[in-house]
Design a protein around this ligand. Structure first.
Ligand SMILES: C[S@@+](CC[C@H](N)C(=O)[O-])C[C@H]1O[C@@H](n2cnc3c(N)ncnc32)[C@H](O)[C@@H]1O
Length: 236
């Protein structure tokens, strides 16, 4: 699957031609800042950290203040160019990477060794048939000592938006851009996690229901929050 092509079209249309932001582009303190509270005590602090599907780099820039080396990686070259154009500290770099590509992930592990992985809103956009390959790539990147934290759209997203669209006139267009410009999303649920990250290779250290904040404002001034699930995963 050519994730880079799909996502490049989205980033070019939204950020470059439209000079707009994606709906998930919110201040880092309200996204990864909340996630950090869950994973900071579980991540070995000396390991490099990989932000998978980093988009325009908001979360990676935040993480660079907390970890000695941060790599933001995205399948879209345009997203990586946008991320790289912002001022950044010396311990942060951005690169193009398809997380479903085993050779590219093996190369990254050769360069950096075991890594902690952060992933916000990416796996639900990867074809379900490629989830086992993506998980195998996570395993390779984590090695023995890395851990993975993810927060992903929950599988009730379609019914959530179908209900929400009746009340919020601004919602359908923004949501359509994500659903039409890119791959159809496959949300996760908590029951799936033990199959996705099977023992004894993996150990699910924590999981739960959460939400992903968006920058879509409801008429009463409250931001739309997408139902989500999170997981903290180590090696068995
Ligand atoms: C919904 S956006 C989330 C962006 C960012 N993580 C955030 O929360 O702001 C999904 C991101 O995943 C990237 N992506 C999709 N499939 C990918 C893949 N196979 N490998 C790497 N990145 C991918 C997209 O280009 C996009 O930037």
């Amino acid at each position: 699957m050519e994730y880079g092509q799909y996502w490049d079209a989205f980033y070019r249309k939204t950020y470059v031609q439209g000079a707009r932001k994606a709906l998930w582009d919110v201040p880092a303190a309200l996204s990864v800042g909340r996630d950090l509270e869950i994973f900071k005590s579980a991540f070995l602090p000396g390991l490099p950290l990989l932000d998978i599907g980093c988009g325009t780099g908001e979360q990676a820039r935040f993480l660079a203040a907390h970890y000695p080396k941060v790599v933001g990686a995205d399948a879209s070259p345009t997203a990586v160019a946008l991320a790289s154009a912002e001022p950044a500290s010396g311990n942060l770099e951005f690169r193009v990477l398809d997380i479903a590509d085993p050779e590219a992930c093996a190369e990254l592990h050769r360069l950096y060794g075991d890594m902690n992985l952060y992933m916000r809103g990416v796996l639900h956009q990867v074809d379900a048939a490629e989830h086992p390959q993506a998980v195998s790539n996570f395993s390779l990147l984590m090695g023995r000592s890395g851990r993975l934290y993810f927060i992903e759209v929950a599988d009730n997203i379609r019914s959530y938006f179908a209900g929400a669209a009746h009340g919020f006139h601004e919602l359908p267009k923004a949501v359509q851009e994500v659903f039409v410009s890119n791959l159809p999303p496959h949300g996760l649920n908590l029951e799936q996690l033990p199959r996705l990250f099977p023992a004894p290779e993996f150990q699910i250290l924590a999981s739960g229901e959460s939400h992903l904040l968006t920058n879509l404002m409801l008429p009463r001034g409250e931001a739309v929050r997408i139902p989500a699930v999170y997981g903290l995963v180590g090696k068995g």
